[in-house]
Design a protein around this ligand. Sequence first.
Ligand SMILES: Nc1ncnc2c1ncn2[C@@H]1O[C@H](COP(=O)(O)OP(=O)(O)OP(=O)(O)O)[C@@H](O)[C@H]1O
Ligand SMILES: CC(=O)N[C@H]1[C@@H]2OC[C@@H](O2)[C@@H](O)[C@@H]1O[C@H](C)C(=O)O
Length: 394
Amino acid sequence: MLAVGLMSGTSLDGVDAALVEISGVDESTDVKLRSFVTVPMPVDTRKRIEAACDPERSSSRLLCSLNFELGQLFSRAVEAASAAAGVADSDLAFVASHGQTVWHEPYPAEGLCAGTLQLGEPAVIAREHGVCVVSDFRKADMAAGGQGAPLVPFSEKILYGDAKRNVVLLNLGGIGNVTVLPHDNVSGVFAFDTGPGNMMIDEACKRLFGKPFDAGGAIARRGAVSEGLLDELMGNPFLAKEPPKSTGREVFGAGSMDRLLSSNSNLVPEDIVRTLTEFTSASVADACTRYVVPRVHGKIDRLVVGGGGAHNPVVLEGIARRLPQTEVMTQEDLGFSSDAKEAVAFAILGNQTLHGRPSNVPTATGAAGPAVLGNITLPPQGWTHSVCACVKEA
Ligand SMILES: Nc1ncnc2c1ncn2[C@@H]1O[C@H](COP(=O)(O)OP(=O)(O)OP(=O)(O)O)[C@@H](O)[C@H]1O
Ligand SMILES: CC(=O)N[C@H]1[C@@H]2OC[C@@H](O2)[C@@H](O)[C@@H]1O[C@H](C)C(=O)O
């Protein structure tokens, strides 16, 4: 089957679309990347998402409108991935769309329920491309008492499990998250968020240099680490929480930067970016040493970095320096794509759902048990041949 996986992450830089050829299910899933595109996030849309994520500025009206606006943007991303692979809508079996997270609260404040909200109306994608859409993957896991995140581990277990090595997969998007694949126990996969990935670096670059991110770590290279600020950042209570745990913009977003910049006005801008870059490396290494090493009963043999942060060598060097026994490499070193990883993962999750099979990893999310993830939106013409084929197989 041909399918498109869509991911729009916490960085708000663009919508990733991976067109894949996929067959099989569960451990026998086979997936090949046919095309990968990132449709840039329009500046105004990004501003509306930021407003939607801010309790002071958000409104039901904004959320409602943004849901359909993002549905259209995701539709364009499907179009771009299909065009890049030379595939017609009629050849697509399904689209698996993560949506844009606007709020994710696994540890609710007093009087509130745990919940998660992703926008990007699947009915718009289903209508525009005449294709079945699987979306809203996180909720079934939360309904089972899980954190609704991370969900990528299922795909990682399938694609990267290694009987000889303890492998850790690190994704550096807005947030950093790891999946641990112990060599002797593939079912003992666990995963958790480590803290910020690029989120704080990006925010500092935007405010101090008017740039969306620190390309190649060039700004960090010119700066020096402020040990005082680094110590303070490493004192964040999230880092001391036992996994499973997940976090987001609510903890490491713009609010935290307001406080950080006002209390560190003595530092030059390059030093701030360098210290935040070091914070990403140090929080990843600390999470590995504190929570991973004891559970794999030995060293981490290999740490494979993916996500946009894999393009920042200063982050990678900081991790490698702190984990001298570990081979630190990128997805590209293994012949995969750092950028396409999450979009491909959602195509794999969508395939599971259409086969009626679960795809959360309860040891990663903390859910009470396996859950089939996502909602299915049928296209205007109803059941299509390829969706029927999956259901029949199931
Ligand atoms: N050449 C580069 N040099 C340094 N950093 C880069 C480069 N290219 C991308 N990045 C970083 O990667 C980020 C985008 O990463 P990615 O697309 O993996 O995030 P995301 O999917 O939005 O996030 P998440 O995984 O948290 O949902 C950019 O905002 C930037 O910080
Ligand atoms: C709620 C939400 O959107 N979480 C994202 C975010 O970005 C990274 C990290 O925080 C991870 O928990 C998750 O995404 C990936 C795709 C996941 O679920 O595995």
